[in-house]
Design a binder for this molecule. Structure first.
Ligand code: UDP
Ligand code: MG
Length: 320
């Protein structure tokens, strides 16, 4: 096939890729047939935008070969280095030309065959298609942590999503443009996009085990990502903290008065020093946590005001 990319396709599929050399072939083998069938069935055009997030393996080479193989529907954006999954999707949004945009992971955890169900909802007029992973195939720890984070987000933000972690999602052009305008350097795209949606819908999609390689998120990165989610959408942690600080100082103040009175009524005494130590350490712990929390917000303010580019694109491989 030698046809060039369509200028304004109906559907853009955005896929971030980071060190996925072992799984890309399998992804292509399922993704392209699924999309070709979808396009024929619904009589629409599509394009795929791969964003190589500074992979250190052969992913970039495999993607460039794929652009040669299917230049009619494939574009590959190559990052200068690793900027993270959400920045890769952001760049995908920048280069996607479609009227509707669907994001997907490269590891086949989101079955490409499900794109059709999302497309149906988008074509129906929904501007945001959220997804819930049926029978999620991840480690017990990941599932447990996700549930806890979903609940926390539910309580401190006005964002209502059943399953925030699933990246197989659909957005209208309007929402994607708004998300791009935000210019945030630490963000969580599904949540940000949700805040702009006017007619959202949630559907259940299948979930599979990672086809090859392993998760690109360490525990540390997962914690960072979740801080992005919390700090990016709510200042409630800071507010809760100031209230907690108030209550604690009230309690500490009462304790002080009580000890002072005892000192004069009973005279000097040394019992209970360890209780006091315990209390002191507890208060120090709370203070350190508060400082850390402040640091999370301040660090993000700092990153934002430096106004450095959020990502650096090395090349865009496409046939025009
Ligand atoms: N990814 C990325 N940059 C990163 C980490 C991950 O582009 O720094 C991509 C990765 O290639 C995959 C998707 O983001 O397509 C989701 O990553 P992963 O499957 O490792 O996350 P998990 O499913 O464990 O949450
Ligand atoms: Mg995965």
């Amino acid at each position: 096939m030698t046809a060039n990319l369509v200028a304004n396709p109906t559907l853009s599929i955005v896929i971030p890729v980071y060190n996925e050399e072992d799984g890309l072939k399998a992804l292509f083998d399922r993704l392209y047939p699924a999309l070709d069938a979808l396009a024929a069935k619904r009589k629409i055009s599509y394009e795929i935008v791969f964003v190589n997030d500074g992979s250190k393996d052969r992913s970039a080479g495999i993607l460039s070969k794929q652009v040669e193989l299917r230049p009619d529907v494939t574009r590959a954006v190559l990052f200068h280095s690793n900027f993270g999954q959400h920045m890769a999707i952001m760049a995908g949004f920048e280069y996607a030309k479609g009227e509707h945009i669907i994001t997907l992971d490269a590891d086949l955890q989101n079955p490409p065959e499900e794109i059709d169900v999302l497309t149906e909802q988008l074509l129906k007029g929904h501007d945001y298609v959220g997804t819930i992973r049926a029978d999620r195939r991840d480690s017990f720890f990941r599932k447990f942590a996700s549930r806890a984070m979903n609940r926390l987000r539910e309580n401190i933000t006005r964002i209502t999503m059943t399953d925030q972690g699933c990246m197989l999602r659909g957005y209208s052009r309007r929402i994607v443009d708004l998300v791009r305008q935000c210019d945030e350097s630490n963000t969580f795209i599904p949540a940000l996009a949700y805040t702009f949606s006017a007619n959202p819908v949630e559907i259940t999609v299948k979930h599979e085990e990672r086809f090859a390689g392993e998760s690109k998120y360490s525990l540390y990165q997962l914690i960072r990502l979740n801080f992005d989610l919390v700090t990016g959408f709510s200042v409630m942690p800071l507010q809760i903290f100031s209230i907690l600080g108030m209550l604690l100082s009230l309690a500490a103040g009462s304790l002080f008065v009580y000890l002072l009175v005892r000192r004069f009524v009973l005279g000097a005494e040394v019992e209970g020093v360890f209780t006091l130590f315990a209390l002191t350490f507890f208060l120090i712990g709370v203070m350190l946590f508060g400082l850390g929390l402040l640091g999370e917000y301040i660090g993000r303010i700092y990153q934002q005001i430096r106004k450095r580019p959020r990502y650096v694109v090395q090349t865009v491989l496409e046939k025009k």
